[in-house]
Design a protein around this ligand. Structure first.
Ligand SMILES: [Zn+2]
Ligand SMILES: [Zn+2]
Length: 314
């Protein structure tokens, strides 16, 4: 846990906020404004700005930054009012006396940094664990919108909170999914994932207990519904489909299977994306897949033959 105490980021050591003996739990917030991703050295500066804006808010008459803590995209936890201080961000006095308030430095949808990176989710869990340990917070975790009319903390964080606010341990690049499962690695809609898995999205939702608004999050491991009649293997397109630097529709299909199975560690630095061009990255990811299968291990050249094609579609 990277903990930045008040004095380190530039606030007086003790908060002037009222005493809070214990709390039911922790409410998660987001900025809900525009916010651009930035280098970590500039995060403390932003937290200072949030505090200055809160102190300047005449209507709310805040005595300090309203949050118990803020968490940046890099996962650092900035001490706000801190433990055993009543927060000012949950809506009213009663709500503020019930739960701590932790704010992710995250934009509203379309406002810049609007997708919480894994490091931020780890930082939020760090903050929750800290408040339980040192602040007598109970086990309850929710969003600002629980019991108060607001969009905060946005659909993505809210879904993550209500799925149990877990650390995003699944879905690392180097991890291969067990058969019959799929780990969500980027934020996608349920329908996009269902299409990738070639299953009906309603079956996928039912099997995994996903309810409206059908939001899913990175690190979530889904069970893949069985298809009646088994998997459908498209016809092998021929070796001519897989030539370095050349485009072919079968390559996009191949890429999708590689992503699905987690063979994506070779890429141009921006993550491995399905595309029609057979690149050296594609070839190396195929070679990884071939090395993972006993039937293919003897010749992991990275060029899909008929057996590689059939197995990767099965
Ligand atoms: Zn909020
Ligand atoms: Zn940061």
């Amino acid at each position: 846990m990277e903990f930045v105490d008040r004095e380190t980021w530039g606030a007086p050591a003790a908060s002037a906020a009222g005493f809070l003996g214990s709390a039911r739990g922790v409410k998660i917030h987001y900025l809900g404004t525009g916010y651009e991703s930035r280098g970590h050295p500039r995060c403390a500066d932003y937290v200072r700005q949030v505090r200055a804006a809160h102190l300047a808010d005449v209507r709310e008459d805040y005595v300090d930054i309203a949050y118990t803590a803020c968490v940046c995209e890099h996962g650092a936890v900035y001490e706000g009012r801190g433990t055993h201080r009543r927060p000012g961000a949950n809506g009213d006095k009663e709500l503020n006396g019930r739960d701590y308030a932790v704010c992710a430095l995250l934009a509203k949808d379309g406002g810049g940094l609007d997708v919480p990176p894994a490091a931020m989710l780890h930082g939020l869990v760090d903050a929750i664990e800290w408040l339980r340990r040192d602040g007598d917070a109970g086990s309850w975790v929710g969003g600002h919108k629980d019991g108060y009319p607001t969009d905060c903390p946005g659909d993505r964080l809210y879904a993550w909170v209500h799925a149990g606010a877990q650390r995003p341990d699944g879905g690392r690049d180097d991890e291969v999914d067990p058969p019959g499962t799929y780990t969500v690695r980027v934020w996608d809609s349920l329908s996009v994932i269902a299409r990738r898995l070639n299953v009906d999205w309603r079956d996928l939702a039912n099997l995994n207990g996903i309810r409206p608004p059908y939001t899913i999050y990175p690190g979530q491991r889904l069970r893949i519904p069985e298809r009646p009649g088994g998997p459908v293997v498209p016809p092998y397109p021929g070796v001519g489909a897989f030539v370095i630097g050349r485009a072919h529709p079968a390559v996009a299909d191949l890429d999708t299977r590689l992503v699905l199975r987690g063979f994506t560690r070779h890429h141009d630095g921006d993550g491995y994306q399905p595309g029609r061009v057979f690149t050296e990255y594609t070839r190396r990811n195929v070679a990884d897949y071939q090395r993972s299968r006993p039937e293919l291990r003897g010749d992991p050249d990275g060029y899909p033959g008929p057996l590689t094609w059939r197995l990767i579609h099965s």
